[in-house]
Design a protein around this ligand. Structure first.
Ligand code: F6P
Length: 358
């Protein structure tokens, strides 16, 4: 019998269940004698032996279900080598559970941090396969992560809704989109929603440039402006500082609930315009996966099962130019896929007049 462990780790997204379904259905379809063990709440379940043997039926009827039937939790990679509150060695504990259960492979549905831990476990001798989950689309080695397109639909819808009210009132609206480190979601939802200004971490902004762009629109007779800002957008001034210097500076400054409020206050001061802030927040990770994600998840899950059939381990399954690919976990671990300020999509957005505050 082949025994396969599976877990969902880190922030959730819409297509986790669809991906597990892909793995489960394909495993049952191509391997005669298989048992799938689902760990609860990500790596926590693997550490503390919290799991259940999944029935074949659990993989049915979950294609459209958001969230994760296994639950998830954040177990930061940087703390993996630190013992827990009771002195437990987390890595050893995970290895013990794996060996005790006699697993042939562990399938990890997770984003950047989770894949770093997947690689660590792989280096420790476990058979691991990673599947790229995140609404941020920032996993290196794959063109697309599952969850991104579904989150983009929601973020775009938020901007669409703001558009009608912004047009009625003639205000400046700021919509804050998820993404602390990268701006893929903000960039795509911003373009899809017709935002006038897009601010992302990869392109530090100058607030004077942003204010100027708003004034220019006003002069041109436009009654409103919409700014799509990523959670992690950063000013040129702050980007020039070290992390430590930035922290010190922030301690002295006025505290805002988030970047959108900070930018809003500064723009109000510089333009005199009425500002409104909208933060869709975790709504962006909620609800049903969009059709694109359902297809992607099914494909990625099927490839993972096929790798297990062929005993090929230590890979992240991804997609490149429309084709599914396997990328060594060691090549993926610790690398972020960021938006390049010189990429064609940025140039094209600028050609239609979108301002990036640079
Ligand atoms: O990594 C996915 C993500 O949704 C980011 O876009 C966001 O910055 C973060 O998770 C929020 O994390 P949490 O759910 O822990 O608040």
């Amino acid at each position: 019998m082949r025994k396969i462990g599976i877990l969902t780790s880190g922030g959730d997204c819409q297509s986790l269940n669809a991906t597990m379904r892909g793995v489960g259905k394909a495993l049952y379809n191509i391997i005669d004698d298989v048992q799938i063990i689902g760990f609860h709440e990500g790596y926590r379940g693997l550490m503390y032996e919290d799991y259940h043997i999944m029935k074949k039926e659990e993989f049915s009827g979950i294609l459209t279900e958001g969230g994760t039937i296994l639950g998830t939790s954040r177990q930061p990679f940087k703390k993996m080598r630190e013992p827990d509150a009771n002195g437990l060695d987390k890595v050893e504990a995970m290895k013990n559970t794996y060996n005790k259960l006699g697993l042939d492979c562990l399938v990890v549905l997770g984003g950047n941090g989770s894949q770093k831990t997947a690689n660590l476990l792989s280096e420790e001798g476990l058979n691991v396969i990673g599947l790229p989950k995140t609404i941020d689309n920032d996993l290196w080695g794959t063109d697309m992560t599952f969850g991104f397109q579904s989150a983009m639909d929601i973020a775009t819808n938020a901007i669409d809704c703001i558009h009608t009210t912004a047009a009625s009132h003639g205000r400046v609206f700021i919509v804050e989109i998820m993404g602390h480190k990268v701006g893929w979601l903000t960039l795509h939802a911003g373009i899809a929603g017709g935002a006038d200004i897009i601010l992302i971490p990869e392109i530090p902004y100058d607030i004077e440039v942003v204010a100027k762009a708003i004034k220019k629109r006003e002069k041109a007779g436009k009654r409103f402006s919409i700014i799509a800002v990523a959670e992690g957008a950063i000013s040129k001034e702050d980007a020039a500082l070290t992390k430590k210097e930035r922290k010190k500076k922030k301690e002295k400054e006025v505290k805002y609930p988030s970047i959108a409020y900070e930018i809003g206050a500064k723009i109000e001061e510089l333009t005199g315009q009425e500002i409104r802030v909208t933060v869709p927040g975790h709504m962006q990770r909620g609800g049903s996966p969009c059709p694109y994600d359902r297809v992607l998840s099914t494909r990625l899950g099927a490839v993972a099962a096929n790798l297990i059939l062929n005993k090929e381990y230590g890979y992240l399954v991804g997609v490149k130019n429309g084709e599914t690919v396997k990328i060594p976990l060691k090549d993926v671990a610790g690398k972020l896929k960021m938006v390049s300020p010189d990429s064609s999509i940025i140039k094209e957005a600028k050609l239609v007049g979108i301002n990036f505050g640079d």
